[in-house]
Design a protein around this ligand. Structure first.
Ligand code: FE2
Ligand code: FE2
Length: 297
């Protein structure tokens, strides 16, 4: 089983840029194409929050339209930029989506070799997240119900301290209590999070907890207390959690190239390969590369 994790999509209204400079919608469309092109193709996609930038209904409509291009099924949870109302309304027909009267967007996905547990950490209108007593009880009951099934929990706010101190100050409240619960359930193979817009891994609660990079911009690595909103166009990526039945869950980063990056990378590769060829081969090879990556018209 292969689980593709996308996070912090920050989708905006049609023909808009996020922060007036980042084409998050186009970047998500590239991530969708990237996932569809993977071989073998992932079985499911999980999206771990900050699905939209403002939580507006029109943004969820754009999100739905872009994600409709995904070949595998996709499962969504909210992050601090989201609003449950808009998410539930636009995705109300999804069987996994809890009804509007449910206080949280928690659910489980059964029927795959790995059980997926979606845990909602959103506090409406706040940057920080929360696992309150209701959520802790739900998690305990959910994990106790199937103690032998390999399980992946996905959530937006990481339940551990990342060391990016200015982001930790808008982190998860209740992480320590969650740690006590997860440490008693050895079937939890991964806790997959978002929110920080950087790849992070840590041994936590007897398992591995991680943060996947965003499908759009990343945040400058700044371990200090100063709020650093100077996000940076480091490579965008998705995380692939791959189950090997005889071994366990192995996680990979897969970078999402855009058209320009792909051409320039292949161009550099072509020069490198050509340097090792004989003169007449080199000419033919570079000609072929030009045709391949710069087609006429
Ligand atoms: Fe985010
Ligand atoms: Fe976030």
């Amino acid at each position: 089983m292969i689980i593709a994790q996308i996070t912090d999509l920050h989708v905006v209204a049609r023909d808009r840029l996020c922060y007036r400079k980042v084409p998050t919608n186009a970047q998500l469309a590239e991530a969708v194409a990237h996932i569809n092109g993977l071989e073998p193709r992932p079985d499911v996609v999980i999206a771990s929050g900050d699905l939209t930038d403002h939580g507006r209904e029109e943004e969820y409509e754009v999100l739905r339209q872009i994600l409709s291009g995904l070949a595998p099924p996709v499962f969504l949870i909210p992050g601090n930029h989201d609003r449950r109302e808009g998410l539930r309304k636009v995705f109300a027909d999804q069987p996994y989506m809890p009804p509007p009267e449910a206080p949280f967007v928690n659910y489980t996905i059964e029927g795959y070799p790995i059980r997926l547990v979606a845990l909602d950490t959103l506090v409406t209108g706040q940057h920080h997240g929360l696992i309150d007593d209701h959520q802790l009880r739900w998690l305990e009951q959910t994990l106790s119900a199937q103690p032998k099934r390999p399980t992946l929990i996905f959530m937006h706010h990481p339940p551990f301290r990342t060391g990016v101190r200015w982001m930790d100050s808008s982190g998860l409240h209740g992480g320590r209590k969650m740690e006590e619960i997860v440490s008693r359930h050895r079937q939890v193979l991964r806790v997959a999070c978002g929110h920080i817009h950087r790849p992070i891994h840590v041994a936590w609660a007897g398992t591995i907890a991680s943060v996947a990079p965003s499908t759009c911009h990343q945040v400058s690595l700044n371990m200090g207390d100063r709020e650093a909103l100077d996000f940076i166009m480091e490579p965008r990526a998705i995380q692939l959690h791959v189950m090997d039945p005889g071994y366990g869950l192995v996680s990979h980063l897969s970078y999402v190239p855009n058209g320009y990056e792909r051409v320039s990378l292949l161009g550099t590769l072509a020069e490198g390969v050509a340097a090792n060829l004989l003169e007449h081969e080199r000419k033919a090879y570079l000609e072929l590369c030009r045709k391949e990556y710069d087609p006429p018209g």
